[in-house]
Design a protein around this ligand. Structure first.
Ligand SMILES: CC(C)(COP(=O)(O)OP(=O)(O)OC[C@H]1O[C@@H](n2cnc3c(N)ncnc32)[C@H](O)[C@@H]1OP(=O)(O)O)[C@@H](O)C(=O)NCCC(=O)NCCS
Length: 129
């Protein structure tokens, strides 16, 4: 929750995380350094599509390749479960995340207008698996 609240203006609540844990389509990966949780990714694999629902790295541990490692894990895991496409939404102003996804061969296929609570637009990105 600390990472989530430090990472997003409209953070997922504890209840939302609990609900996700019981969603059979939802997969969680937590990155740890020793006993410290430093990041996580949540993604859904639904038949032949995967969707990244959440990804964050603790601000003190960013730029150490952790986001890249957990995103690559989600890509490989989704492929191994039969997904052929991975999708996500990203705030159009989120330079760091857009660069991370670009480095991992995601391409912009659309835009959701005023997608976020603060009315920012989202880019829809996808990558074939
Ligand atoms: C986006 C986020 C997960 C990246 O995590 P990270 O562990 O810092 O990223 P990495 O160190 O693995 O960086 C991998 C690549 O992402 C890009 N990147 C990461 N941070 C960046 C930044 N601040 N500015 C520009 N590019 C950045 C770079 O291409 C980088 O590759 P490089 O180091 O070879 O240049 C992290 O900044 C974060 O948690 N942000 C807040 C939450 C968020 O926006 N989540 C995504 C929602 S869609």
């Amino acid at each position: 929750m600390e990472i989530e609240e430090k990472s997003f203006p409209s953070a997922w609540t504890m209840d939302f995380f609990r609900h996700e844990i019981y969603n059979p389509l939802s997969h969680f990966l937590v990155a740890t350094l020793g006993k410290t949780v430093v990041g996580y990714i949540v993604f859904w694999v639904i038949t032949d599509e995967s969707h990244v629902a959440n990804l964050a790295v603790h601000p003190d541990y960013r730029r150490q390749n952790i986001g890249d490692i957990i995103l690559k894990f989600a890509i490989h895991f989704s492929r191994s479960k039969g997904a052929r496409l991975i999708t996500l939404e990203v705030n159009e102003k989120n330079i760091a995340a857009i660069a991370l996804y670009g480095k991992n061969e995601f391409k912009q296929v659309g835009k959701r207008i005023k997608y976020y609570e603060n009315r920012d637009d989202a880019f829809i990105l996808t990558r074939s698996l």
